[in-house]
Design a protein. Sequence first.
Length: 329
Amino acid sequence: MRGKKSALTLLAGLFIPLLLFSWDKGDGDFTGLGPLPPEPDYSDSCQWFIRDRGACADIFYIISTETGQHLQDGDTCNFADTYDDDMRFAMCHEMEAVDSFYSGGFNYFSPYYRQTAMQTWGSEELAMSLLPVPLADVERSWDYYLAHLNHGRPFILAGFSQGAHAMMHLLHHMPDSVANRLVAAYAIGYKVRQEDLDSCPWLLPAQGPDDVGVIVCFNSVKTPDCAIPIVSEGNMLCINPVNWRTDTVSTPFVYYGRHKNDTLSVRCDPESHLLLVDGFQEKYIMPVIGRRGNYHNMELRFYHPYIRQNMERRIRAYMEAQSATGMLN
């Protein structure tokens, strides 16, 4: 039975990376949100996926929604239990995949957190009311990482879907003393609004393959009318993660699928701030909020060789710039 549960949870995680609305963090009062799983203790190594390779730079990655509702004391719980084996299995799958896809030789840190369940996204009101719990966890994990795991190294901050929203919250509250070690932030499958840019004036939109202290953002669709509003409505940024241009120049890329490799093409649409992908034979549509021609569930898999190379390139550019100014230890 447990094997079936794990398989179903994993399948859902692969094809239903759920999304977040914008919200302002409250004061930590979670009264009225229903049963809560235990709060993750980030001094406990089991609440992390870590690959410490002794490298000069880190990648801190926040996963998307990989878990569903479950029963806790006979009541429906809308949050992941980071101590539950089945839920950890589903979350760990994405952590391992992203480490394999992107990290290369760099250190990799990804926290388990009480993410909101995928079923909650059938109601905007419900989803909005639940967001303080996962975001509070991510913020505590980030504070612990800075205090005990980072050791002053430069870092890349990245997140996908629910994780990208949490990443944006961290950027909003990042002090200068930390921001000056940010190589780049990758908001994968999410939006960066004008108010986000205004509140983080030190964070600039990426304009090429090797600028640093920048934010990378993209959302993939077949055509602009396929966009999911809660992901891309109000988005101001888009960069092509294959040719690293912000104009309309199209470029072919290889989608390294499980059974075959397909050559597709992708270009930015400056008007909608979306990535337009041509040539993909779509088989799956996300439940709840999905629509045909929206490739949100493919963001991690479409571009991973190109993003991995780009992360390496940006870290190298950061290290060279710091060395030239004599700021490296």
